[in-house]
Ligand binder design. Structure first.
Ligand code: NDP
Length: 257
């Protein structure tokens, strides 16, 4: 985990909830928020070992943090997650809808069950989490939401039809929710990463990975810090005039709607 960035932002006193915050991209976003002074709640589904090691590392770095297990594709669990966060840390100022699953399947393998699993995990979770916090954010006239979508939502992905559809839905949600809440100082944006080095890529075949790297002008896979840097900017006051937008972090890969 890269701990050597300049401390550009001050999130002191803010409460941040990062779904899927115990591994990969979410973990680095949470770490950077904690470094910048936020009280951080990392959510995860079931990997207790990753959650324990994340919290141990964050506490070693002096952060006020906790981990909460909850399946964010289930609305009741989201309500419990948000209630626990509020009870122990206070009302949520910063929400990062990051938890997601990637399904590498061709059309013959994609069935209704896998479709539903992808949509529930990637899209329904974002709706449940945002809806669980938005009324208090509006009441307090402060809120920042960042949704982690993907450039898969901006391209044709014949081997990931459900995933690409779910990520396109996140972009649409961001646009409309960003518009709906903007007058209440509640901003909603999305970040669309290209290929990023995390465990989610474990099932992607080597030749497919290489093809993706070949299509990346920067000539490398992105890092979790590449994504976290953009997310922190969007959560910060530096981005106060930005809402409803999706920003791409992809090493120069150009994607068009
Ligand atoms: P990882 O697989 O490394 O980590 C996923 C995290 O999400 C884990 O903490 C996991 O918990 C959690 N999670 C998964 N399902 C649920 C659920 N139902 N409820 C609660 N938590 C859940 O993923 P990445 O860091 O690679 O990806 C994070 C996000 O970034 C995803 O939305 C992904 O689509 C997106 N993205 C990733 C790219 C990449 O190349 N890596 C590129 C573009 C977008 P647990 O540990 O318990 O399983």
């Amino acid at each position: 985990m890269n701990q050597n960035h300049l401390q550009e932002y001050d999130f002191s006193g803010r409460v941040a909830l990062v779904t899927g915050g115990t591994r990969g991209i979410g973990r680095q976003i949470a770490f950077r928020l904690g470094q910048a002074g936020a009280k951080v709640v990392v959510n995860y589904r079931s990997n207790q070992v990753a959650a324990d090691s994340t919290i141990a590392e964050f506490r070693k770095a002096g952060m006020n943090c906790m981990a909460v297990a909850a399946d964010v594709s289930n609305q009741q669990e989201v309500l419990r997650l948000v209630a626990e966060t509020e009870d122990r840390m206070g009302p949520i100022d910063l929400l990062v809808n990051n938890a997601g699953v990637f399904d590498y399947l061709n059309h013959a393998e994609l069935d209704a069950e896998r479709w539903r699993h992808t949509m529930e995990t990637n899209v329904d979770s974002m709706f449940y989490c945002t809806w669980a916090v938005k009324d208090k954010m509006i009441e307090r006239q402060f809120g920042r939401v960042v949704n982690i979508t993907s450039i898969a939502g901006l391209e044709a992905k014949p081997y990931a039809i459900a995933y690409a559809t779910s990520k396109a839905a996140m972009i649409g949600f961001t646009r409309s929710a960003g518009h709906a809440f903007a007058s209440h100082n509640v901003r909603v944006n999305a970040v669309a990463p290209g290929l990023i080095d995390t465990e989610i890529l474990a099932d992607v075949e080597q030749d497919v990975l290489q093809q993706l790297i070949d299509r990346t002008p920067a000539g490398r896979i992105g890092t979790v810090d590449d994504v976290a840097s953009l997310v922190l900017f969007l959560l910060s006051e530096q981005a106060d005039y930005i809402s409803g937008q999706t920003m791409v972090v992809s090493g120069g890969r150009v994607t068009l709607p």
